[in-house]
Design a protein around this ligand. Sequence first.
Ligand code: SF4
Length: 402
Amino acid sequence: MSVVSEPRLPSTPRIPDQAQAQDGAELQGGRPFGVKPEVLYGLKESSRLRAVKDWIKQHSLPYRTAIFLKSIPHGIKGLIKGKRGAWDHLKATMSFVTRADRIAGRPINITIEPTNLCNLECPVCETGAGILARKQGHMTLDQFKVIVDRIAEHTNTLQFYFMGEPFINKQAYEMIRYAKDCGIPFITTCTNGDIVNPEKLIECGIDEVNFQIGGMSQPTHETYRINSNLDRVLRNMRETLRLRNERHARMWVVGGYILMKHNEHEVPLFEQTMREMGANHWWVIDPCVRTIDQGKQMLPTDKAHWFYDPGAFERGILRPRILMDNECPWIYHNMAVQVNGDVVPCCRDNQGTEIMGNLLAQSLDEIWNGEKYVQLRKRIHEDQGKVKICRLCSSYGASPLN
Ligand code: SF4
């Protein structure tokens, strides 16, 4: 069961597994495992509330109204509290509500890919499967600094991962330290946990780290997390928590369980382990797949944990349960920077098909309201179904301010 064991500090917009980030299906996750949706929200009428929310998300005008009603007070509160990015958040929300192609505010939530290499071979991930059509390598510390210097002033949240395992980059900890020293309020990452160094993790000042687990026994864990060692991952997570507590570090340690057909039975053990460890938060991640065949092999039997439309799946079509009505607030508050500095709209574009510019060569403003971004927003507003990266996405909503 996904449980918040104590009041949540900053709220991250999403916690995708780095090996699945490109699909984002898991972002719909976090629902208590094995609990029917109506129980999920505690009351029977809440399942109706969920249906209403789903309906709103699929209709442009009600959706924009809902985002307005939620995000404007959120932005004002951020402004009063002096949060970095609050003014940009407010302006960008207004741009979204009015469907502007050029955005008044700058992006406040930035994803940076420190590497697109990985130590594991998770089969759904393009890096893991060896089919990433981009040049693979690490970002250098100098390149990272150039990028952070260009974005830090307005950045509220930095997501330090995209494709690949972030800590395979030997300069990862220094990068995080640099971004913190530039005043970015909230930095979060996802790791497979195999090679992370708990000591350095604490020292670098990161705000949140998510350990993503593939099962609670070695055979189930390594069915998806190929080449990973579960004992090592749990040991690293425990040590991170021990050091965090010992040093009173202000850092959230989160456990994510990549739910698949082969590991459903171990969810109670995952919960129990996370509780005993003292993790801040743990949750079940609804899995993503790329093809119907992968779906048949991996999707859990409990369809409450399907991001995909089960009826369409039966007919051999892979599509999300919620289809957006030519809208996406995410592209008003966020951008993603790939390992070579290329900017793409979101982590769905793992192959770099919609390159908006390059942050090693151009300024943020040049890219954010440049012709390519303007055209992409127009295409999304006019016929989102034709934007390839959006086909398996239900958008991520509007970014919170941390
Ligand atoms: S709807 Fe499209 S642009 Fe928006 S987050 Fe999803 S894939 Fe990215």
